[in-house]
Design a protein around this ligand. Structure first.
Ligand SMILES: NC(=O)c1ccc[n+]([C@@H]2O[C@H](COP(=O)([O-])OP(=O)(O)OC[C@H]3O[C@@H](n4cnc5c(N)ncnc54)[C@H](O)[C@@H]3O)[C@@H](O)[C@H]2O)c1
Length: 682
């Protein structure tokens, strides 16, 4: 696969400077080109001021900011990107300017260089067709602000090679983006429904359905957004909205075109008056219905056209627009009948807009949309199972476990498959389980639901561990709680340097419940397993490799070849006994049997330095005492048991665990992002 390490960004404006900043933050060297020294300087200053404000808010240190800035080179010389692996174009949204630029770069750049356009409104193929490397041409559509917004739309055109698509998808991951791959169609996926919503806000105002304040309130309620639609238009700029709707309307017809009132507002060169009157509560429902009709109708139409999947539309809305729910989740909330009713009203109002088939079919089925949260891709002898809930850091829930089980079974029974690789979409592997599910069931007194969910998880993990195929967890990001436990159940853990694991449970009043204690204990010994389970200390890729928890740590480009090496491997046994590395001997001593009582009662530990003693005591002081005691008791009880019996034992403790006041306090606070106050009561 094409390796991406040197990056060129053309254009040092709002987007170009933000894209370059993001690359630098993620460890890439980047050359940013603009037409004059003044524009280059302005781009660099923008990056500096954003990073410095991050420093003031303690997001970055001075050292980090200096390192990031040292990675960005600004220039007016296009030859500086001649050997780049990828060039991202972010110049004016002008067809001629972009075309000329790409033709110029085509003459300068190496054969290998991939060209990417960040255009918002033109087709990707329009530019690809004008250069001699259409196979190495792709759309990468970033969202403002590109250093902060996680979403990236990847837009291959018909002639983009498979290799370029894979390189773009890998590259997206490498610079911290969650990508959705969508069709080369007007507005791609997100702007296709976002722009009509803006238009409709304006048309509602034009028709007198409500004042600005009321429509803003309606939009907030409809989409769970903090900022009303007119407020957003003021912030992003009315000319941008006019331009976006003009180009979408130009391609797709008047339904998508610019409302007169929006044109007029641009001519006035004034922002919308957000306080043009009181919020008229009685008008809100009709406004919400109209927003839903447009948004859900267009979202469904783009799925009909194969522009994006229902899952990607949801992910895009949540990550790119920061909605609390995606369009198809909103449809499930209001029901398919109501969805069809509000969309039908839109088809009547705008005769050019037809009822989308996907809605008609779902109404016939009479059930909510079911979303794929796990994808299976079998390529030759490797089955790639991807947990695809990047907006929720791929947290495990009932749906995910069910779909993991189904897909694992398909992969397991597939005769070509020799290895089954589990991975997470976006930046994380799996950041634990859906805590809200635990809170809801604890509050409702239905702990049996938690037990049933956990039992299914255990059953899957046992199958993964005992599979006749090679099972591999691919950790190229964070894994916490249930994610770490899923990884430990795999026969191999393959990681990139960004891969890590951790057990945060005792900090939220519970203990690991999916066999993490059982397996960690057998892999790295009781003392170190207790250290990680009790303290929740992050296990970095380097540490995990030294300890023998990870089988190997490789560069992202070497993942596939490493999987093939694992397929050929017949020597690895994850439970083979290991010596404690020198660096970990003192930590292991801290958690030796003679210190456990002191750990549980908060006393000083013996046989270790004062500094380590103080550090451990400070960390443990923030944990639930009940959870620590339970973790210790369960781990001790599990030592002599077989793994299957140890699993049963662990399941048997769930009821007691989830009935503690600490569990409810810790889990509730985790949901509300508050610091828990543990009482230590049973
Ligand atoms: N602003 C957004 O929210 C947003 C979001 C997604 C995509 N986009 C797209 O990103 C692109 C850039 O948008 P922006 O908002 O950053 O615009 P901008 O006007 O802020 O920046 C454009 C920069 O490109 C430079 N430039 C123009 N022609 C050039 C050339 N031939 N060579 C080198 N530099 C050149 C300009 O000097 C300017 O600094 C557009 O295609 C836009 O549609 C914008």
């Amino acid at each position: 696969m094409a390796q991406i390490s040197k990056i060129g960004v053309i254009g040092a404006g709002h987007m170009g400077s933000g894209i370059a900043q993001k690359m630098a933050q993620e460890g890439f060297d980047v050359v940013m080109v603009d037409m004059t020294d003044e524009y280059v300087g302005r781009g660099i200053s923008t990056i500096k001021s954003i990073l410095q404000s991050g420093m003031k808010r303690k997001i970055f240190s001075q050292d980090q900011v200096d390192t990031f800035l040292s990675r960005v080179k600004g220039t007016t010389d296009y030859n500086e990107v001649a050997d780049a692996d990828i060039i991202i174009e972010a110049v004016f949204e002008d067809k001629e300017v972009k075309t000329k630029l790409f033709q110029k770069l085509d003459g300068i750049c190496a054969e290998k260089t991939i060209f990417a356009t960040n255009t918002s409104s033109f087709y990707v193929h329009e530019f690809a067709d004008k250069v001699n490397r259409p196979d190495r041409f792709i759309g990468l559509h970033y969202f403002f602000h590109p250093a902060k917004n996680r979403l990236l739309e990847i837009i291959p055109h018909a002639g983009t090679s498979k290799e370029t698509i894979i390189a773009a998808e890998t590259f997206a991951k490498l610079h911290g983006k969650t990508a959705i791959t969508v069709k080369d169609a007007p507005g791609f996926a997100i702007n296709r429904f976002f722009i009509p919503c803006s238009n409709e806000a304006c048309r509602m105002l034009e028709e007198g359905m409500g004042n600005v304040a009321t429509i803003d309130e309606g939009s907030k309620q409809a989409f769970g957004i903090g900022m009303g639609w007119f407020d957003l238009l003021n912030v992003t700029g009315i000319p941008l909205a006019v331009h976006a709707s003009e180009s979408l309307g130009g391609e797709l017809g008047l339904f998508y075109g610019t409302p007169d009132i929006l044109q007029a507002q641009m001519k006035k060169n004034a922002d919308w008056d957000l306080k043009d009157g009181p919020v008229e509560v009685e008008k809100i429902d009709a406004i919400k219905d109209r927003f839903y009709g447009i948004c859900l109708g267009v979202a469904a139409a783009l799925v009909d056209e194969g522009v994006a999947t229902i899952e990607d539309v949801n992910i895009g809305a949540k990550l790119g627009l920061r909605w609390t729910k995606g369009p198809f989740e909103l449809m499930n909330d209001i029901g398919i009948d109501k969805t069809c009713e509000v969309v039908e009203a839109i088809t009547k109002k705008y005769p050019g807009f037809a009822m989308p088939k996907v809605l008609v079919e779902q109404k016939t089925l009479g059930i909510p949309f079911k979303f794929k949260t796990v994808d299976l891709d079998i390529k030759d002898d490797i089955a790639w199972i991807t947990i695809n809930r990047p907006d929720a850091m791929n947290a495990l829930n009932e749906d995910v476990v069910e779909q993991l089980t189904e897909n694992f079974s398909i992969a397991q029974n597939h005769s070509d498959v020799k290895a089954i690789v589990f991975q997470g979409a976006g930046k994380a592997f799996v950041a634990g389980a859906d805590i809200q599910f635990f809170v809801d069931n604890v509050k409702a007194g239905t702990i049996q639901n938690i037990e049933a969910f956990t039992r299914k998880g255990h059953e899957l993990l046992l199958k993964v561990e005992n599979s006749t195929k090679k099972t591999i967890a691919l950790l190229d990001g964070l894994s916490l709680g249930g994610g770490s436990e899923l990884s430990l159940a795999c026969q191999y853990i393959l990681a990139t340097p960004n891969g890590s694991m951790g057990f945060p449970e005792t900090g939220i009043g519970i203990i690991p419940g999916l066999g993490g204690m059982i397996r960690a204990q057998r892999m790295i010994g009781t003392q170190l397993a207790k250290y990680y389970v009790f303290t929740g200390a992050p296990i970095t890729a380097g540490n995990a490799l030294d300890l023998g928890l990870f089988h190997s740590v490789v560069a992202p480009n070497d993942i596939e070849s490493s999987v093939h090496q694992i397929i050929e491997d017949n020597t690895h046994d994850k439970y083979q006994s290991k010596n404690i590395p020198d660096d970990f001997k003192e930590i292991a001593a801290a958690f030796a049997a003679q210190n456990i009582q002191a750990i549980l009662s908060g006393d000083d530990l013996n046989g270790i330095s004062q500094a380590l003693n103080d550090k451990i005591k400070k960390i443990l002081n923030r944990k639930s005492k009940i959870a620590l005691k339970m973790a210790n008791d369960v781990m001790e009880a599990q030592i002599p048991l077989t793994i299957a019996d140890a699993v049963e034992y662990e399941l048997g403790q769930l009821e007691t665990l989830f009935r503690t006041a600490d569990a409810l306090e810790g889990l509730s606070c985790a949901v509300e992002h508050k610091k828990p106050e543990f009482k230590g009561n049973n």
